[in-house]
Design a protein around this ligand. Structure first.
Ligand SMILES: C[S@@+](CC[C@H](N)C(=O)[O-])C[C@H]1O[C@@H](n2cnc3c(N)ncnc32)[C@H](O)[C@@H]1O
Length: 324
């Protein structure tokens, strides 16, 4: 699809202002809230919101509410993205340097707060997780969604105390759990060893850059991790990259909710995810989505959803040619 002359002029007009160019350059890095943009740009929230509204109306950026907060990201529309990329490409390399330095500070504050939280709650994580939802129901549904196995290689990203490894490790020839928190990894090591699993490797690493080989796992799990992340779409893309043909990616997280206190008290960045949002990310990553499984809470609490994506198996004719 191409833009009409009027649409092109409207989009260029919307981008054609210094603060708005700065916003586009920042959003090219990651999705940001109005509050964060206002801090980075050093402008009031109402002022920043006016710029954002103009660019949203022109289709350059997308607005998505999350509980009481509103986040913005670049539009997914291919033509809008081409226009933004062209504009950002011709900007001098150092044009947004100061903004990007402040963005790094915002990121650093966020990451330090989250890291401190995980190091501190590591010993209580298993108890905390079971307060949120009925674990038995989630785990039974997860086993169904994963399929019967056995699995060649299971990868659990943001493994925490290693619960997913102890759940699936027995059905796997080999399993890898990855986490940023050393305290969590130590607890996972104890849990995995107590479960008598010796083919499980625990690695210190980042979900955004796992350094694991492409298509190397037939089961990849991201269990209760996405809502902490600044760029959940990038994490899904990295997780999907690991999935082998015919293999599955299971994402487990909360459905959209409005428990605002989870941000401060538990470092949640996103208050759950809509089915359409996750389905879009799975599709972009080349995976086929299954119908999501929603598990409502027993009492007052949060709904947990399991989203499953599968990498289509290589058609047998192609496979035959490859092995001939
Ligand atoms: C709430 S815990 C969930 C742990 C486990 N998946 C479970 O459900 O029991 C979230 C985990 O994600 C890890 N984490 C957060 N950001 C991460 C990142 N960028 N890369 C890897 N792990 C990360 C945290 O250290 C923490 O152990």
């Amino acid at each position: 699809m191409t833009l009409t002359a009027d649409q092109t002029v409207e989009a260029l007009r919307a981008a054609g202002e210094p603060t708005r160019l700065r916003v586009l350059s920042l959003l090219a890095g990651e999705e940001l809230s109005v509050m964060e943009l206002s801090r980075i740009l050093d402008q009031s929230q109402p002022r920043v919101s006016r710029h954002l509204k103009l660019m949203t109306d022109a289709g350059l950026i997308e607005r998505f509410p999350d509980g009481a907060r509103v986040y913005y990201r670049l539009s997914h529309d291919a033509q809008a993205r081409r226009l933004i990329d062209t504009v950002l490409d011709i900007l001098a390399d150092d044009a947004g340097e100061a903004d990007h330095r402040r963005l790094d500070e915002v990121r650093k504050d966020r990451e330090e707060a989250a890291a401190a939280y995980f190091e501190q709650i590591a010993p209580q994580w298993d108890r905390l997780r079971s307060l949120y939802v009925s674990e038995n129901a989630v785990e039974a549904a997860l086993e169904q969604a994963a399929g019967p196995g056995p699995f060649e290689r299971v990868v659990d990203l943001g493994t925490g105390s290693g619960r997913m490894l102890t759940l699936f490790g027995k059905k796997a020839k080999m399993a890898v759990g990855l986490d940023l928190s050393q305290n969590m990894l130590n607890i996972a090591r104890t849990n995995v060893s107590k479960a008598g699993l010796d083919k499980v490797e625990l690695r210190h690493g980042d979900i955004f850059a796992t350094r694991l080989p492409v298509h190397s796992a037939d089961l990849v799990i991201v269990h209760q991790v996405l809502h902490y992340l600044a760029d959940p779409a990038a994490a899904v893309a990295e997780a999907a990259r690991l999935v082998s043909p015919g293999g599955r990616l299971l994402i487990v997280d909360f459905a959209p909710h409005d428990f605002e206190h989870m941000r401060e008290a538990h470092q949640h960045r996103r208050l759950g995810f809509a089915d359409t949002e996750i389905a879009g990310w799975l599709k972009e990553a080349g995976l086929t989505s299954f119908a999501p499984i929603a598990l409502p809470p027993d009492r007052e609490g949060l709904t947990v959803t399991i989203w499953t994506g599968e990498r289509p198996a290589v058609p047998s004719a192609v496979q035959d040619r490859k092995t001939a």
